[in-house]
Design a protein around this ligand. Sequence first.
Ligand code: 5RP
Length: 245
Amino acid sequence: MSRWRSKPDVSWQEQAKKKAALEAVSLVKDGDIVGLGSGSTAAFSIEEIGDRIQKEKLKILGVPTSYQAFIHASAKAIPLTTLNEHPHLDIIIDGADQVDGALNLLKGRGGALTKEKIVASASQRRVYVVDETKIVNKLGTNQSVPVEVLPFAYPTIMLKISEMRGIPILREASKKAGPVITDNGNFVLDVDFGPIENPVELNCYLKTMPGVVETGIFAKIADIVYIGKRDLTIQRREQRPNKNT
Ligand code: 5RP
């Protein structure tokens, strides 16, 4: 093994994420158009979709939610398409940063929230995969809310968010000087709101601010969440069918 290659991470969390991701991918059928999520958990599902295409000769097309997903899917020879050609998808499989009891999610630690939400909104079935550390009573508990904003608007948005008692921080890049630039050419604010009482309301309020592109609050979006547990069992939680009413 090359001295540069890191040892495989075999912590329970990695195993649980992988097992749960494989379970989610078992929902994918031949002929499906599949949204490909971003982050380390979604990466397990992209890996499995690629393997199933090879082994089972499936005719599947993927819509990546980020450059990360695009590069990974290309490396796995997953045929890709766009919303232009396929504005309606059968299923999306993605990760999340937090999940509450009503299956509302916080997403966007990887900065891909906008495309993740667009592709989810285009998908018939929205499936998320997490390990059990992501389950919370209230979203926002010890976790900031990512908000993608136009660079032109960020000082005004930071002020408005501070006035509503959020604490916004402009996300800094780690391998580049200055702010993170998203795949869409925007900035990300990480906002500490503390535990969120009403995720639907907060999401709607933030989206009224000119220059806010999208928020990481995915309220009433998830249909199914697979949770990889510490004992390596998988729990499946499902949204009641009338979630949009
Ligand atoms: C990226 C996301 C990711 O899905 C989320 O951050 C979870 O990532 P991971 O599976 O690596 O914990 O929303 O924008």
